[in-house]
Design a protein around this ligand. Sequence first.
Ligand SMILES: *Cc1c(COP(=O)(O)O)cnc(C)c1O
Length: 376
Amino acid sequence: MIKCLDFIFFNFLKGKIMRAYNFCAGPAALPTAVLEKAQQELLNWQGKGVSIMEMSHRSKDYVAVAEKAEADLRKLMNIPQNYKVLFLQGGASLQFSAIPLNLLGKNNKADYISTGIWSEKAYKEAQRYGDINVIQAGTTVNGKLAISEQAHWNLSKDAAYVHYADNETIGGLQFASVPEVDAPLVSDFSSSILSAPLDVSKFGLIYAGAQKNIGPAGLTLVIIRDDLLDQAKPEIPSLLKYSAQAKDGSMVNTPSTYAWYLSGLVFEWLLEQGGVEAIHKINLEKAKLLYGYIDVSDFYANPIAEANRSLMNVPFTLANPELEKLFLKEAEENHLLNLAGHRSVGGMRASIYNAVPLEGVQALVDFMDDFAKRNA
Ligand SMILES: *Cc1c(COP(=O)(O)O)cnc(C)c1O
């Protein structure tokens, strides 16, 4: 095995710094082609003599970049005309407050389905603003973590909306399908947006922080159905108000211009790959390869029931936890980065977002197999 410094030096001699495989949960890997394009354009965007970062967000050039990003996202996700797409700031976490402030103005009740750390944070914040019915939907099936059947959920009859997190990034637990409920569905798609085809028309609101599967940190997407724009509480801060942001093209104040531009490059890249259907096929292959290997190994284990395994975040443990430090050290020497699990749960986690190629997952599996053989 070549060590990291030798690797970088070797490629430096070849005039090229090779990139490692990055399994970080977020901020996460970005496609190399996107970063190269951004690098080419960094100092002098399209012959204008300045960086896109140095342009007014209200200039004709920047507005065209922003609108192109939205149009490409609409194409990728097939977003119906009666939905607004907002490019906001504050991360997914600010949406934990923005959502109840925007949607509980007329009816103060909401249902929150809890399946892990992120959906719990979402309902705890919502409880500051409304009458929140929390549905604990975590369960176990044959000793593995799972999401309970919808028939077991105690949904209200008159909720303004039902909130859930499609993919629990930390636990690696994902809904097998979109819940069927009467109230508008509001979902946190921070770590699963654009990973698989999705019928947007089933939702009242979809939101996602950009730094997992879209672009750099600093941008948060909100996709909201028009009829939900007039339900805000009067005391809502104007910057958080979806109707105001929709009216001003997400430019009530200065938006996160560079993150928006770079996300636009990612959308272009996704379209070049063949769109969400094509990337989904690769994502399925990646997940099959990694979970398949973990399942046949006695050395590694995944704690999630098959139906609820995350397509994007694969947590796993080593039979002997004392080997974790060595595993991470050797993984890094082999250019396989950021495999430690979340600080709250420990173990390992490989995030295999859109920008992580199949070869990266193959390299990880090869390393895991080699490590297991040497340490069994
Ligand atoms: C990362 C993440 C968040 C928090 O995102 P921030 O942008 O850091 O606020 C919320 N929900 C899910 C599902 C996440 O993966």
